[in-house]
Design a binder for this molecule. Structure first.
Ligand code: CA
Length: 230
């Protein structure tokens, strides 16, 4: 099940761009441009996380934050153009989980969303997808086991993380940079060739013919994609 986000932002082009990016990252996103609509959506379709612009017409983010919190202890990331320390502190004191100042990069926002969701991960493991499967490759995340056409394969930790990342985004292209950020994260001294090398190793383990991959595909000029059916 993808995490479901509620985005409350009154600037249409920004709301659209943020929602698009988050959807590309596998989240389901509801968007509201003002407070009343946001509260209605919050009740109708309870989100896993709220991204809340502080400066809104009508009810402001300052008023919405406690209104959301009264109903449920949902994680909240605040968006704002204000950079004053006092606002940041006030927001965090009101219980926001994190704070992103405009202008922000989409990558930064996605990273914050993931970090907050990870911190707030519910104890219920059923809330997470525990088996990922495509084209005869199956990763059992609880057992940490991978099979190819039913036969177990042994992967290094990075090969495993890379496979899980690509399976989570199966059917969609991920750039080398996306992959590097997602799998290697802070180890920023690495470059994109690291990704190519690990892809090559992974192919040796999951492809029948690694030089003619049918599962882990190269998308020229764009990156890599795990095929939904091989
Ligand atoms: Ca605004």
């Amino acid at each position: 099940m993808p995490s479901h986000l509620l985005l409350v932002e009154d600037e249409p082009s920004l709301a659209e761009a943020v929602a698009y990016t988050l959807e590309q990252e596998g989240f389901a996103v509801d968007t509201a441009a003002e407070g009343r609509a946001a509260l209605a959506l919050f009740e109708a379709h309870p989100p896993d996380l709220v991204i809340l612009d502080l400066m809104l017409p009508g009810l402001t983010g300052w008023q919405l934050l406690p209104a959301f919190r009264r109903q449920r202890d949902v994680p909240i990331i605040m968006l704002t153009a204000r950079i004053e320390e006092a606002d940041r502190v006030a927001g965090l004191e009101m219980g926001a989980d994190d704070y992103v100042t405009k202008p922000f990069s989409m990558r930064e926002l996605v990273a914050r969303v993931r970090a907050v969701l990870r911190r707030r991960q519910p104890a219920d493991p059923a809330a997470e997808e525990v088996v990922l499967e495509a084209g005869g490759v199956r990763a059992d995340l609880e057992r940490h086991e991978v099979t190819v056409d039913g036969a177990p394969v042994s992967l290094s930790p990075k090969e495993y993380e890379l496979l899980v990342y690509l399976l989570r985004h199966r059917g969609r292209v991920r750039s080398r940079d996306d992959i590097l950020q997602a799998v290697w994260g802070q180890e920023a001294y690495l470059d994109e060739r690291t990704v190519d090398v690990h892809i090559r190793w992974l192919r040796k383990k999951i492809e029948t013919n690694p030089s003619q991959p049918r599962r882990l595909l190269t998308v020229r000029g764009a990156g890599y994609k795990f095929a939904e059916a091989a």
